[in-house]
Design a protein. Structure first.
Length: 384
């Protein structure tokens, strides 16, 4: 069965289901009129009770404008629907979270922010998805500031968590440490967030490249986000394109486009190189070619190769933990602990296995516990 036939058969992937019984007049009077009026008045008086008396306690909005969908680019709101619906299905399948796709027919930042703020009363969290950089950074920052529920752009932080988890284990296999030299190709949402989280974790030798080469203080064509990147990375002010910058690096992390580098580039890296080629559906370099170039460990975003770096390892558990603990903001401390917990699920990392499977039943618990265990002590006492 091909994917078109699959979606036509099921008419999508998600629906709604009843959590409460409506089998008789008594049930009906409690679920709807007249009984529901009492609940409505309670929420009118005490908004915060929505997470106790309504679906808000377990519901996430998946918001996208379709401007950066998978490897498909700007295909708009309608093109985004199947992907966001799939995301909702993964939320439910892996973490029991009720999520709903909100695909908006605008790519104006202010309009998106206003819309999300206006629908926020229904939801316990906001998962931003497939919104093009650098717009995604402003949208996320403003919503985090204005809302009292967790907001996370999964393309950024979900990716960063899984990359960090995979890198922790990859370094164990090749017997290297945080002093490794890293090049990240791609300065969009994923590449930027990966750089930020790796720096936060303690890696301090990172160069980020975009389509014009290394992002450095010497460049005069950088937007505000890349100016920030130039200040916090590339401490030696390296210049040149990816083929030059990759030389003598220990780790290549690709968040860009397919068929970008070749085995000669890999052979120019340090001995026992690590390659995370995450472009989808075509990686920056195919695993067999990377290994011919001398890479010891290769990971991609694809399920048909070893070491799939897949956001589904992160976002269901992050929101599960946030919803269960009524977290208002997802912090870097939580994300780093989530990555550490994920890495520990692989007891003995090997070149073929540096990251757990999404179907490992311990994944969601490991990630969600990172959220709860990273709360300030005073916050935990309040929750109790």
């Amino acid at each position: 069965m091909d994917s078109i036939t699959y979606h036509k058969k099921y008419k999508g992937k998600i629906g709604t289901e009843l959590k409460s019984p409506i089998n008789n007049k008594s049930d009906l009077s409690l679920a709807y009129t007249p009984g529901v009026a009492e609940v409505s008045l309670e929420l009118f008086k005490k908004n915060k009770m929505a997470s106790v008396l309504s679906l808000k306690s377990n519901t996430v909005a998946i918001v996208s404008d379709g401007s950066a969908v998978l490897g498909l680019g700007n295909i708009g709101a309608y093109g985004a629907i199947p992907v966001m619906e799939g995301k909702a299905a993964l939320f439910k399948r892996f973490a029991g979270v009720d999520a709903f796709p909100i695909c908006v027919n605008t790519q104006d930042n202010d309009e998106i922010i206003k819309l999300v703020k206006n629908i926020a009363p229904v939801f316990g969290g906001i998962n931003l998805e497939d919104i093009k950089a650098p717009r995604c950074f402003e949208i996320e920052r403003r919503l985090i500031k204005d809302l009292d529920i967790p907001v996370m752009h999964d393309d950024q932080h979900g990716t960063a968590v899984v990359v960090l988890a995979a890198l922790i284990n990859a370094l164990k296999v090749v017997k290297k440490d945080k002093t490794v030299k890293i090049v990240i190709n791609g300065a969009g949402a994923a590449g930027t967030a990966v750089c930020d989280l790796l720096l936060e974790y303690g890696f301090n030798n990172i160069v980020v490249c975009d389509s014009k080469g290394a992002i450095s203080k010497k460049r005069k064509d950088l937007d505000n986000e890349k100016v920030r990147l130039a200040k916090i990375s590339n401490k030696n002010n390296e210049i040149g394109d990816i083929h030059q910058v990759i030389k003598n690096k220990d780790v290549f992390i690709g968040a860009s486009k397919g068929d970008l580098i070749n085995k000669n580039d890999i052979s120019n890296m340090s001995k026992n190189a690590i390659v995370f080629a995450m472009a989808n559906p075509t990686p920056e370099i195919m695993p067999n070619e990377a290994k011919l170039g001398g890479a010891v460990i290769v990971a991609t975003g694809r399920s048909d190769f070893d070491n799939q770096i897949n956001n589904v390892l992160a976002f269901p558990g992050i929101f599960r933990g946030a919803l269960d603990n009524k977290v208002k903001k997802i912090t870097n401390k939580m994300l780093i602990q989530a990555a550490i917990n994920l890495s520990k699920l692989v007891k003995i990392p090997t070149a073929e296995k540096i990251i757990p499977s999404p179907f490992d039943k311990n994944v969601v618990k490991a990630v969600s516990s990172a959220v709860s265990n990273s709360l300030p002590l005073c916050g935990k006492k309040m929750l109790e």
